[in-house]
Design a protein around this ligand. Sequence first.
Ligand code: PA5
Length: 446
Amino acid sequence: MANILEWAHAFAGRLHENDTESFMARHNEMALRLQKEASAGHLPYLTMPYKARLEEELEALSPWLCGFRHMLLLGIGGSALGARALQRAFAPGQDGPGHTGRSLWIADNVCGKTLETWLERLNPSETVVVCISKSGGTIETLAQYFIVKQWLQGALGENWSGHTLLITDAQKGFLREEAQQFSLRSLEVPDHLGGRYSALSAVGMVPAAFLGMDWRGLLDGAAEVARPLCENPASLKDHAAFRLACWASALAEKGYSQLIFFCYIPAWATLGPWFAQLWAESLGKEGKGTMPLPAVGVTDQHSTNQMFLDGPRDKGCLFLTSASVPQEPFFASDVPAQWNYLRNKPFGSLLEAEALGTCMALSQSQVPLVRIHMGESAEKEAGALMLLLETATILTGWLLDINPIDQPAVELGKRLANARLGAQGYVEEEKALAAYLSIAERRQEF
Ligand code: PA5
C-alpha cells in the first residue's frame, strides 16, 4: 500500500485553499532553486551522493560494530535525535523487560548523574563509544567525550581506540584531528549535511546497523521520495513535499503559530522530537515559522489534546497514521459486559478508533489538518517519511524567504556559556554577561 497525504480537512478555520495559491505559483522558482542547489552539492540530504559509499562502509564496519554488546552514543541535536527516533521505532526491545540483545545508550545532555550511572554499569570491554558531531566542536558532546575517553582509557589502556568510532566532518574540527592523531575508526558527515538533515547518513545509520535494523530500507525509502525531484526538478509542482510546504507556509501566513505533529503510530512516537528539532531550528527565524508541537496518540488525548481542541485557534496539524499498526493481542470473549463491544476485537482496533475520533474532533474544532498515512510502518516507510518532512521543511523555508539550513539565534547562548566558563576570545560576551548579572534579582521563595 502506498504512503499518502490526505487533504480533505486541510483547509479549515481561517485557512482556505486559495491561501496556498501564491505559494504554489512559485513552483518554477522553487524547482530552479532546487536544481541549482542540488547541482552545487548543497542538498546532500536529498541527492544522497554519499549513499553507495556509506553502504559499503557500513557493510564492512558491521561485524566489528555488532561484536559489542553496548553502544554509547555521544551527540546532541541532529546528531542524536534521529538515532533515538529509529531506536524506539525499530528496536523497542531495549525498553522492555528481559532484554538480552544489543543496547544503545544515547547521551545527549549534560547530566552528570546519568553519565556516571551509565559508566558505572557499562562494561567497557563490551562497549563501543560512538561520538557524533558534524562540526567536531560542540561543547556538550566534546565534554562527554573527554569523560568517556578517560573512562575507556582507564579500563582498557591502549585498546581504548579499538572501542571508539568518530562520525564527523571529513576535513576539519577537533574530532577529525582526534581520529587522525589516534588512528581511530571514523566515518564522514558529508559537506553541507547539517545535523538535523543528517539522520539518513552515517549519523543515524551506524546506530541503526548496530541495532540490527533494515538500514538499507531506510535509505532506499528516502531515495524513492527524493528521486522524482533529483531526476526532474520540474516535478516539484506535484510533489507531496511541495504541497505540504505550500500548506505550511499559508498556515503561517494566516497567523497559525503552531503545528501539531500528532503521531498515531505509537512505536514512532520519538519521531515527534526529531521533527520538532528539524522544523523549529530550520524555520524559527526573523519572527517567522510555526512552533512544532509533538504529540502522541493515544497518550496525549489525556494531556495536551484539550488545548489543541479548545485552546487558542492558532494550530494546524500533521496527523500521522499507518495502515499496519500491530493488531494483537485480542480481547477475550468475556470482557465485562459494560465493554462488550471490545469482545474478540484486536487491541489495535482501539488505536484505530481513537485516531479516527481525534482526527474528526480536531477537524470539528476547525484545526487545519493534513493526514500522513503510511502504507506500512517499517524502515522503508520511515525513511520515506523522514525525507518527505526534511524536503517540506527546506521548501517551507524557501517559501517564507528564510534560510532553513542555519540556526544563528542559538549561537548567542553558546557564546555566553563559553564566556562564563572563561574561554578565550569572548570579551564582548563577558561584558554583556557582567551587565546581565548585575541586574538586581527579585526573589520570591515558595
Ligand atoms: O541541526 C543542527 O545543525 C544542530 O542541531 C546540530 O545537530 C547540533 O548543534 C549538534 O551539532 P554537531 O553535530 O556539529 O555537534
